[in-house]
Write a protein that binds this ligand. Structure first.
Ligand code: FE2
Length: 344
């Protein structure tokens, strides 16, 4: 397959942000023919930059899915090959699985790339995005409490300090560090029993991976870190109840990572739609500038032990988020000067 020259030039920009250059050992992880065009273009982009690049292509197993359900599980020789390089481009979605941790702990940095190429192009990051996320991470790491409120009725408090702060700025040049392209945002999680209050998922907010904009509010009751009630008469509340119950796992109802978005290029309106090539698999919503990204389910990504397969990412718009006594986001507007994108 010949590589698309525009894609190659875009991927070269991304790999350059990741400090890929002369002699960098780079592996592209793919499965079956999924994103085969990305793999080909990454190989060419890497070679243009002087890197030693190769592809690890595994069989996509029936029923495999992101994260802990990945097809790499048990494939010792493929894992060994990935552990032996400087950087892995993940086109499969290892996402916080044991396999991902095993590889990055051996040294390689890892970049996840799943989104549509037009989303990758629109949301290509810059070093300034990294600066803003790192500034936010300092604030988050130093905070004891996070409070989120909204005009729709959200009022919830997270007791912080137990888990890691995860920075995502859309590229990685640090050994062992994971990131995803695209997306500029950050998050942590509360103590396991440290979330109490109400979260209202309001009209127009997103339910991922159900890929829906909510049309009638869903009202979550949260006690000691667990969702104990999913209120709401609309179809979205019913879908959420059914989706979560389907895993038959009490750990599905744990509250998971929490943070806010800083990506000024993200567009709320493009999730799951096909508009002028702007189709987004949800990363726009996760990273959206001034959002709050609420989530339920596993907490392995921040260093916890809950590895339930039921994970919901729920981007909320127009909230106010405070760390201790400092307002970080006010009605969807990013407040601290050092976190704000140019012109925002
Ligand atoms: Fe998540």
């Amino acid at each position: 397959m010949a590589a698309d020259s525009e894609m190659v030039s875009l991927f070269k920009q991304e790999l350059a942000l990741c400090n890929v250059g002369e002699g960098t050992r780079l592996a592209i992880l793919s499965e079956g023919d999924v994103r085969a065009d990305y793999a080909t273009a990454f190989l060419e982009a890497a070679e243009d930059l002087g890197a030693d690049a190769f592809q690890v292509n595994i069989r996509k197993r029936p029923g495999s899915f992101f994260g802990p359900g990945n097809s790499l599980k048990g494939n010792a020789s493929a894992i060994a090959a990935l552990k032996g390089v400087d950087m892995v481009v993940d086109l499969v979605g290892l996402l916080w699985s044991k396999e991902q941790t095993e590889i990055t702990e051996a040294g390689p940095r890892m970049l996840l790339v799943l989104e549509h190429v037009e989303v990758l192009r629109r949301m290509l990051s810059s070093p300034d995005d990294r600066r803003r996320v790192e500034a936010g991470a300092k604030m988050l790491a130093g905070a004891k409490e996070m409070r989120i409120t909204s005009p729709g009725g959200t009022d919830v408090v997270y007791r912080l300090g137990r888990y890691n702060v995860v920075e995502q700025y859309g590229f990685t040049d640090t050994p062992g560090r994971w990131d995803a392209w695209p997306g500029v945002f950050l998050y942590t999680a509360a103590h396991d029993d440290g979330v109490d209050g109400t979260v209202v998922i309001d009209k127009g907010d997103m339910l991922l991976p159900l890929m829906r904009y909510v049309s009638e509010p869903i009202r979550l009751t949260i006690e000691r870190g667990m969702v104990t009630g999913i209120g709401g008469e609309g179809v979205d509340a019913e879908l959420m109840r059914t989706f979560m119950a389907g895993f038959d796992d009490p750990r599905a109802y744990a509250v998971s990572h929490i943070g806010w978005g800083l990506d000024a290029r993200a567009k709320w309106e493009f999730m799951g739609t096909s508009h002028a090539g702007a189709h987004s698999g949800g990363q726009d919503g996760r990273a959206y500038y001034g959002n709050v990204l609420f989530s339920t389910g596993p907490n392995t990504e921040v260093g916890g032990t809950n590895d339930t397969l039921c994970h919901l990412d729920i981007p909320l718009r127009g909230c106010t988020l405070a760390l201790d006594d400092r307002t970080i986001v006010e009605n969807g507007r990013v407040v601290p000067e050092e976190l704000r994108a140019a012109g925002r």
